[in-house]
Ligand binder design. Structure first.
Ligand code: MLT
Length: 264
């Protein structure tokens, strides 16, 4: 069920489907909860699935000039409380959703039962990458989302996905094109200043699953394998035939990895 719920003055759109232990699915940038359609369908059979649009994205309002990963994580706690979700939850985030996942784990450990990180990074941006984000934030504010489409679309998918799954890439393109430019700019500014959490990974105490598409060009498998090894109770799974958007590109393999993790 798609709901709208107001939390601290922000109206969140959130899919809240199924009953059972809760899984929170947190989308990547600059997308919304619909990227998790295949996971919502599958896991709502056995779990309470919560998949929000983050502040400013999709059907949620409340964007700011800059939104930090810490702010996004704190928003999620407010949302879970407002939805009266039982804690702890399984947190599953993709890319920017993973950056938020680190802050969720560090700031709100009492809420975290298990952690799933898809196609994400523990490192901060290089100085050059951060500067590019700030430039892009200004460009998008003036020109709208199209420059982000041009910059990101070639990197989001495995080389063959556009040909094999044209409806999928069209859908993602459409989502980006209809995303609020202010929200895109705010998240870029927030990601540009996100901390490097690599040194803190040894302190993660919950079972963790790290998932990467074998062709991920944004958060490459070797880098993800290296940070996965820093987490004491972590398993690492490579998803075939997928790039950065593995949960959309190969949902069967991603769902199988998540399902196996949840029962062990
Ligand atoms: C994402 O998919 O959320 C983005 O690639 C994150 C980023 O720009 O670092």
């Amino acid at each position: 069920m798609l709901r709208t719920i107001e939390v601290s003055g922000v109206r969140f759109r959130v899919a809240d489907v199924g009953t059972g232990p809760a899984i929170l699915f947190v989308h990547g940038f600059p997308l919304d909860h619909t990227m998790w359609a295949a996971q919502i369908d599958e896991f709502s059979k056995t779990h309470r699935v919560i998949a929000p649009d983050l502040r400013g994205f999709g059907g949620t309002d409340g964007t700011l000039y800059s939104v930090s990963m810490e702010q996004f994580a704190d928003d999620l706690i407010g949302l879970l409380e407002a939805l009266e979700v039982d804690r702890p939850v399984t947190f599953c985030g993709l890319s920017m959703g993973g950056y938020i996942g680190w802050q969720f784990a560090l700031r709100h450990p009492e809420w975290l039962g298990r952690l799933i990180l898809c196609d994400t990074r523990s490192a901060a941006d290089s100085a050059e990458a951060a500067a590019n984000r700030l430039k892009m934030a200004d460009i998008v504010t003036k020109e709208g989302p199209e420059p982000v489409v041009w910059a990101m679309m070639p990197k989001l998918f495995a080389p063959f996905t556009a040909q094999r799954q044209p409806a999928l890439t069209a859908l993602v393109r459409q989502t980006v094109m209809t995303t609020s430019p202010t929200a895109i700019a705010a998240a870029h500014r927030g990601m540009a200043v996100r901390p490097d959490v690599t040194a803190m990974l040894s302190g993660i105490r919950v079972s963790t699953l790290v998932i990467v598409g074998e062709y991920d060009a944004i958060s490459p498998p070797a880098e993800m394998k290296a940070f996965s090894a820093e987490i004491p109770d972590s398993r690492f799974v490579t998803i075939p035939d997928a790039g950065h958007m593995a949960p959309m590109e190969n949902p069967v393999a991603v769902n199988a990895a998540i399902a196996e993790f949840l029962v062990n």
